[in-house]
Unconditional design. Structure first.
Length: 113
């Protein structure tokens, strides 16, 4: 997001490093658009935290295109993908155009069975 929007949004590789949705204007060639960065969906979110994530859910419902960024180096990345897909279904947002982008490809290690 920082590179695309030429901004300096706080980013850290840590769970709950940011809880607020961040929106920045981006111009790609001559096409302006808004880029929103939201917190990820979390499986089995404690009930007392649900209120904190309502703005994220609103952003998803109002989006034209979703970019699902996956930490491919995480050992449970497949479970994370399913959690997002299930959450989108529950929100009634599974019809949104979605593109999956893999982050941390340089750290990815293939599972050996």
């Amino acid at each position: 997001m920082n590179v695309l929007s030429k901004s300096d949004v706080f980013a850290e590789n840590k769970l709950f490093a940011t809880l607020d949705t961040t929106v920045r204007k981006v111009v790609w060639d001559t096409m302006p658009f808004l880029l929103s960065d939201t917190v990820g969906f979390i499986r089995k979110l404690p009930h007392h935290l649900v209120e904190s994530f309502k703005s994220t859910l609103d952003e998803v419902r109002e989006s034209d295109i979703l970019i699902h960024v996956v930490d491919i180096a995480h050992p449970q990345h497949e479970d994370h993908i399913l959690t997002v897909q299930n959450t989108l279904n529950e929100l009634g947002a599974s019809d949104r155009t979605t593109r999956m982008v893999f982050n941390k490809v340089d750290l990815y290690r293939e599972k050996i069975f």
